[in-house]
Design a protein. Structure first.
Length: 169
C-alpha cells in the first residue's frame, strides 16, 4: 500500500504529463487527462476532450527541435500548478522561440480535468514573427487571427490523423 496521498499523486501526474511532453509522447500525455478534459491557452482558446489531446499530439508531431523544461510543480487534492518553458523554431519564419508558460490544473479521479496555460502572447509574437509581432502582437485583431490560424491548423491535422483518446487508446 502506498503512502502517497492526493497531493503527491497529483503533483506526480503533472510531472508525468511534462515528462511525456519532453519525450513527445502524446499518448502518455493524453493518459494524464480525463476523457472530458478542458484545456485553454491564449492561442488555441478553449478545447475539450479528444480535441485538446489532439492539439498536444499535433505539437509533438510537428516540432522538429522542441525542448521542454518544467519546474515549480505543486498540487493538493483538487488543484495544481507548474511552470514550463518551451524552446523551438517557429517553422513559418524560422525564428527561435522561448515561450515561458505558467500552467494551472484541476484534478478528479486521478486525472487532469482542467488545464490552463498562461503566457504573454505579445512576447511570443515578437520572437516568432519579429517586427510585425512586436508591433501587432498585443492587439486584439492579431490575437483573433492567431487563434483562427491555430484552430485551422488543428482542424487540418485532425482531418489527416486519428487523435489519441484520453485513456491512451
Amino acid at each position: 500500500m502506498s503512502d502517497t496521498g492526493p497531493s503527491e499523486s497529483n503533483a506526480a501526474l503533472i510531472a508525468d504529463f511534462y515528462r511525456a511532453f519532453q519525450r513527445r509522447d502524446a499518448a502518455a500525455m493524453g493518459a494524464c487527462y480525463a476523457p472530458a478534459v478542458r484545456f485553454s491557452d491564449p492561442v488555441f482558446g478553449d478545447l475539450e476532450g479528444d480535441r485538446a489531446i489532439a492539439m498536444w499530439e499535433m505539437l509533438c508531431v510537428r516540432a522538429e527541435d522542441l525542448r521542454i523544461e518544467f519546474r515549480d510543480v505543486s498540487a493538493d487534492d483538487r488543484i495544481g500548478r507548474a511552470h514550463w518553458d518551451a524552446w523551438y523554431t517557429f517553422t513559418t519564419t524560422g525564428r527561435p522561440v522561448h515561450n515561458s508558460i505558467d500552467a494551472t490544473f484541476e484534478f478528479a479521479d486521478g486525472h487532469i480535468v482542467e488545464h490552463t496555460d498562461h503566457f504573454d502572447v505579445h512576447r511570443w509574437a515578437t520572437q516568432a514573427l519579429g517586427l510585425p509581432g512586436r508591433v501587432f502582437g498585443g492587439l486584439p485583431p492579431f490575437k483573433r487571427k492567431l487563434r483562427t490560424t491555430a484552430l485551422k491548423g488543428l482542424d487540418a491535422y485532425l482531418s489527416r490523423a486519428t487523435p489519441p483518446t484520453a485513456d491512451g487508446a
